[in-house]
Write a protein that binds this ligand. Structure first.
Ligand code: GDD
Ligand code: MN
Length: 350
């Protein structure tokens, strides 16, 4: 660690009723332990939250206000705060007392052995107070969906947490997408090598004021998860590769080529096609190996699925007298799942 200073980042939008009390509580916990600063990032709240912070900061050099002209969203507020932080230990938390400040020392201590410590509602020992049934479903559902679509975030039990600490010099901030709510999700996705630990905590009821997480934010998150999903990209490439495969086979059969040869040539053409698109798109950030190595390994890895396609086609055409092109298509379905698993674990592993 280059320096031991702690920077607490608190984004606010209409938290006038909470911010003063929270700053107090956080300071009480930090003042005996650490060299620290508290950065409040306010988006010109209509309730003038910033005036309260500004007043406190006049008498207290530990408190700093970052006032932005308009509401640009939670993620972007946090990133602005992190960029302005002078400490290397960053703690991000909400202003509404839902994130208990008592956990902060635990998060900070964990950074001795980890790069990012995440306060988790879903780790054993953690829980959620007073979420409505609806909000519970949304939260659980979004977490599950994120984990399926974006396996990189499986390193934590709570990828949607808004309460976490990390070492500034261990995280690359430039690559982060600032849209939406889910900054932790974005950090984990773009920084696959971080050492992660979960710290259980109880997510409390909101103190005063209202949640700003609405339908718009949920929708943005879904779009974000889908755009970032390798599985979806991989499937899109696979679908295009399927068209290439069947198109090539169709042309060759039309030229009168024997279906065994047509099938084999179509399979290899689509393998190369898929490789190029997965390399340039699906896995563009995972190039730990040389191009030659990636091409060869990909061919080797999809070998089993290519062979599967070929033999399923053979079998269906010979035994069931199915039209070869249909046999090829059914074979492709069988080859697909094998293909994804091997690609992810053996070709684009880093
Ligand atoms: N500057 C700024 N700009 N702050 C914002 C904005 C914004 O556009 N939107 C929200 N905030 C601030 C709020 O004032 C609060 O301090 C914090 O960000 C979280 O907003 P809430 O409205 O309280 O969110 P929530 O309680 O529904 O959701 C929280 O908990 C979830 C579960 O851990 C957030 O932390 C989520 O990120 C988290 O998933
Ligand atoms: Mn809240």
């Amino acid at each position: 660690m280059s320096n031991g200073k702690v920077s607490i980042i608190i984004p606010t939008y209409n938290e006038a009723e909470n911010i003063g009390g929270l700053i107090n509580k956080v300071e009480n916990i930090l003042k005996n332990y650490y060299d620290y600063e508290i950065l409040v990032v306010d988006d010109n709240s209509p309730d003038k939250t910033y005036e309260i912070v500004d007043r406190i900061s006049k008498n207290n050099p530990h408190i700093k206000l970052i006032l932005r002209k308009e509401k640009k969203g939670l993620s972007s507020a946090i990133i602005d705060g992190v960029k302005r932080a002078s400490g290397n230990i960053i703690v991000v938390m909400d202003a509404d007392f839902q994130h208990p400040p008592e956990i902060i020392p635990k998060l900070i201590e964990s950074l001795k052995n980890y790069d990012i410590a995440i306060a988790s509602r879903y780790k054993k020992g953690g829980k959620i107070e007073g979420f409505s049934f609806y909000r519970k479903i949304v939260s659980k559902g979004a977490t599950l969906l994120a984990k399926i679509l974006v396996p990189e975030v499986n390193r934590t039990s709570d990828p949607m947490s808004g309460f976490f600490a990390f070492k500034k010099d261990a995280v690359n901030l430039n690559k982060l997408n600032t849209i939406g709510y889910k900054i932790l999700f974005e950090i984990l996705y773009k920084n696959p090598n971080l050492r992660v630990i979960d710290i259980p905590y109880t997510f409390k009821n909101r103190n005063k004021g209202k949640s700003k997480l609405g339908m718009k934010e949920i929708f943005e998150f879904l779009i974000h998860a889908i755009i970032n999903s390798r599985i979806i990209k991989f499937a899109v490439v696979g679908a295009m590769g399927t068209i290439v495969n069947l198109g090539v086979m169709y042309l060759l059969l039309n030229k009168g080529m024997f279906y065994d040869y047509a099938s084999a040539i179509a399979i290899e053409t689509s393998i190369l096609f898929n490789f190029i698109f997965n390399d340039k798109w699906t896995f563009k950030d995972r190039k730990g190996r040389s191009l030659i190595s990636r091409v060869l390994r990909y061919n080797l890895m999809v070998g089993p699925s290519g062979v599967t396609i070929f033999f399923v086609m053979e079998l269906l055409t010979k035994l069931l007298k199915i039209y070869p092109l249909i046999g090829q298509f059914i074979g492709i379905i069988f080859g697909f799942i094998v293909n994804f698993i091997l690609s992810y674990t053996k070709v684009w592993n880093i």
